[in-house]
Design a binder for this molecule. Structure first.
Ligand code: ZN
Length: 429
């Protein structure tokens, strides 16, 4: 780092001093039940919190037509969130540094049965080093870290000497359309940081994701004449078996991908939700299965979708029942390509140095098998996009939590990164 050692130490102390407030802010975020489509009050909270810090504010709605015209958009259905996107902008007096987007998503995945949690999912309890709650790790702690890293500079009478955009988005867990909306709105910077709970690593590559729903129709009869009917649930199982073969085929290409070949099974097909039938003693007439499959970088969502449709169609033709009533496939969420972060960018080197100043060593770079919003900025803006944040546990599961000592350290690294990347100037009077 070229940061003056005194300034570096001041920033480290400033993050420490602000950390209690940061933890309280994160708790306030966790109390918002911001599952898909329910993020409006959470975004109001973010809007007010960022505005009161003096940022120039904008909030805008999902532009369904603009999204539909973009190849990276998800599929819009009734479940799609209409919560606004919130962006706060800092303009320096003099633009001498490099601009930056700091992004976080406030949507959280469903919490599941409450009796499977040790504590209430939206009550952010702190026990020892952990704050527990749905979204605490993924990624409300990161959203708060973005704001408080900038607050730390402010508490020293400083501000970034470059434009900084604080983006609070939704739809990260289902389509990625929130991040895409910021791109469509024209926001762009020299680098992007997304403070997902990356376990103190920088994400080198991540998969793309496609969501789809399989719908199988059957012929309902009384079970005593089961042979004369056709069981939609049994038929759905057969199609799933065929899709498992497609998953294996995609995994077999992993050696072509430097960042994925060391992973035993990088492509995962998840049977996420299943519904079907009406009655235990009737042969079920319908079955709907929601699935998610990942794609290795380089495969477009369009190509993946075609392979899925072709795979099911080919199987259907050879199946006595399905060939009469072919199942349908509806794409209903992510239609996202994966990406790889090119090594050697100044942004990555700067973040690695900031991390080293806190942790005493360079961060590892890792491959992620989850969807990440980073792909929007990396694929469509073609700017270095750094996915970096603290240690979490139970993400998308039960007893989700964020590790507070890790959060303080990664927030410190973010503050040092901002100071180095953007430069600093005296705070506006
Ligand atoms: Zn996340």
């Amino acid at each position: 780092m070229t940061l003056d050692p005194k300034l570096r130490d001041d920033i480290i102390a400033a993050v420490d001093k602000g950390f209690d407030a940061q933890v309280k802010f994160t708790q306030a975020m966790v109390r918002h039940v911001s599952t898909r489509g329910n993020e409006h009050t959470m975004q109001d909270f973010m809007f007010r919190a960022i505005r009161e810090r003096g940022y120039k504010m904008e909030r805008f709605a999902m532009d369904r037509a603009a999204l539909a015209a973009h190849p990276g958009a998800g599929a819009w259905d009734d479940l799609h969130s209409t919560a606004p996107i919130v962006v706060g902008t800092h303009h320096p007096r003099e633009e001498t540094g490099r601009s930056l987007i700091m992004q976080g998503h406030v949507d959280v995945v469903p919490e599941g049965p409450h009796d499977m949690w040790a504590t209430a999912p939206f009550d952010p309890v702190i026990q020892g080093d952990w704050m527990q709650g749905r979204g605490a790790g993924d990624m409300k702690a990161g959203c708060a870290a973005n704001i408080f890293a900038l607050d730390a500079l402010k508490s020293l009478g400083l501000q970034p000497a470059a434009t900084v955009y604080l983006q609070s988005v939704v739809e990260e867990e289902s389509t990625g359309d929130g991040a895409l909306m910021t791109h469509l709105r024209g926001y762009k910077a020299d680098a992007v940081v997304i403070s997902e709970p990356s376990h103190e690593t920088i994400t080198r590559a991540n998969v793309g994701v496609v969501w789809f729903q399989l719908e199988v129709r059957g012929v309902p009869v009384h079970v005593q004449r089961m042979g004369t009917g056709a069981n939609a649930i049994d038929a759905a199982y057969r199609v799933i078996g065929e899709l498992r073969k497609l998953e294996a085929k995609w995994n077999a290409t992993k050696d072509e991908h430097a960042h994925f070949r060391h992973i035993e099974k990088p492509v995962n097909l998840n049977i996420g939700k299943i519904a079907g039938g009406d009655w235990a003693s009737s042969v079920p007439a319908w079955c709907k299965v929601d699935m998610r499959i990942s794609l290795l970088p380089g495969k477009t969502a369009e190509a993946a979708k075609k392979e899925i449709v072709d795979c099911v169609a080919a199987f259907t033709r050879g199946d006595a029942f399905l060939s009469n009533i072919p199942p349908t496939i509806t794409f209903n969420g992510f239609q996202a390509e994966g990406y790889e972060l090119n090594p050697g960018s100044d942004a990555e080197a700067t973040l690695a140095a900031a991390h080293q100043a806190v942790f005493g060593q360079k961060p590892e770079t890792v491959t992620s098998l989850a969807y990440l919003d980073s792909r929007v900025y990396a694929l469509f803006d073609r700017v270095p996009t750094l996915n970096y944040g603290c240690i979490s546990r139970g993400v998308h599961g039960f007893d989700e939590g964020v590790n507070l000592p890790s959060l303080k350290k990664t927030t410190t690294a973010l503050a040092l990164f901002i100071a180095e990347w953007c430069g600093v100037e005296k705070l506006d009077a």
